[in-house]
Design a protein around this ligand. Structure first.
Ligand SMILES: Cc1ncc(COP(=O)(O)O)c(CN[C@](O)(C(=O)O)[C@@H](O)C(=O)O)c1O
Length: 401
């Protein structure tokens, strides 16, 4: 028999497994609100026009080759990614205090950072929000960090548990790493206000807590790339150090191209260059060097003023469609007289609504209405469209009655 006959079947991923179940459902009417992937009003995936234009430019560039990228990735892409999140006029960039390495989308950036921190940082404990993206604890545990949580969401107000957050960060050991969602918190859709961010920044700097931003939705929270980068820029402006993981999966629709970047802001150019050399020793034995195509698309768009401008218009259109879905769902529930206060659907931002539905209600909605969503009650508003709003509203109404 096989030497692997002892291998047991692993459970499906709580988020990606929803799509597996959805695909298996033979029902002619079904709705996938699981994975955070944008769908159009027709319920179809979207390849941005600006991405198609960039790919045409690349295809027609006869000088293009398929050589290995350096371990740190495409240099243009790295520089442009840093400017996108820190701002074109960032002093940290001007002073060469930022090191950026291209990684395999957001997940890869988080993992490379975790491995680097486990080997080179003195306080190997990372505080992640409660709740957070389901993959966070797994990525950091496997990287060798010990994972703790800080209070973030208040189920009674369906808003931020700001006092709990301050207490938990206030009692964290000095120097601990703190994971922060840069904008559009997943799964709650609840973000601190900029004033609350300033309060968090002061507290963290007073305890030398190391900020580690996860930026997977820049531009999706407000529709503005710059507005959504403000929390990150607030921390960088004080001259302190931080890490930022960037993903282009959502805001450029490059999901399957696996395009992302890890930036670390240091106090000096000398340290930044030594940190980069150690990031290379993490990456080389992990996947050696990153894929060229997606990063070339991003670099082509970010370096061209017209393509960049066109991207901001398409990005705003995606963000606006999601906001319209929030309004339509809220109206549909109100029209049905569905019990409960559903204003959080309007207040939460980014791709997701944290409905407050429990796992039994979710299971009921899937079984009776073929509505697919994660068992924590999160729905991806990006997966909804006008035609399907009544089905979802009927399902929620029946689930709470
Ligand atoms: C906060 C956060 N950070 C990082 C990532 C990684 O994204 P990528 O590696 O593709 O750049 C996601 C994606 N999370 C999902 O949108 C989601 O929560 O549905 C989905 O893509 C996923 O993989 O789960 C995320 O929500």
């Amino acid at each position: 028999g096989s030497v692997f006959s002892h291998v047991v079947r692993a459970p499906e991923d709580p988020i990606l497994g929803v799509t597996v179940a959805y695909n298996k459902d033979p029902s002619p009417v079904k709705l996938n609100l699981g994975v955070g992937a944008y769908r159009t009003e027709e319920g179809k995936p979207l390849v941005l026009n600006v991405v198609k234009k960039a790919e045409r430019l690349l295809i027609n560039d006869s000088s293009r080759v398929k050589e290995y990228l350096p371990i740190v990735g495409l240099a243009d892409f790295n520089k442009l990614s840093a400017k996108l999140i820190f701002g074109a006029d960032s002093p940290a960039i001007k002073e060469n205090r930022v090191t950026t390495v291209q990684c395999l989308s957001g997940s890869g950036s988080l993992r490379v950072a975790g491995e680097f921190l486990a080997h080179h940082y003195h306080q190997c404990v990372i505080y992640i929000p409660q709740p957070t993206w389901g993959n966070h604890p797994k990525v950091f545990t496997l990287a060798g960090l010990s994972v703790k949580t800080y209070r973030y969401y208040d189920p009674t107000t369906r808003g931020l548990n700001f006092q709990g957050l301050l207490e938990d960060l206030g009692s964290a050991p000095s120097g601990a790493i703190v994971l922060l969602h840069a904008c559009a918190h997943n799964p709650t859709g609840v973000d601190p206000t900029i004033e609350q961010w300033e309060h968090i920044r002061k507290l963290m700097r007073s305890k030398a807590l190391l900020p580690f931003f996860d930026s997977a939705y820049q531009g999706f929270a407000s529709g503005s790339l710059d507005a959504d980068a403000q929390p990150v820029r607030l921390f960088v402006a004080d001259g302190g150090e931080c890490l930022v993981a960037q993903s282009y999966a959502k805001n450029l629709g490059l999901y399957g191209e696996r395009v992302g970047a890890l930036s670390i802001v240091l106090r000096s150019a000398d340290v930044a260059s030594r940190v980069e050399s150690q990031l290379k020793t993490v990456i080389r034995p992990m996947y050696s060097s990153p894929p060229i195509h997606g990063a070339s698309i991003v670099a082509t768009i970010l370096k061209d003023r017209n393509l960049f401008q066109e991207w901001t218009v398409e990005l705003k259109a995606m963000a606006d469609r999601i906001i319209r879905m929030r309004q339509q769902l809220f109206e549909a529930l109100r029209a049905r007289g569905t019990p409960g206060d559903w204003t959080h659907i309007l207040k939460q931002i980014g791709m997701f609504t944290f409905t407050g539905l429990n796992s039994e209600q979710v299971a009921f909605m899937t079984k009776e209405y073929h509505v697919y969503m994660t068992s924590d009650g999160r729905i991806s508003m990006a997966g909804l469209n006008t035609k399907m709003v009544p089905l979802l509203a009927d399902a929620i109404h029946a689930a709470v009655m």
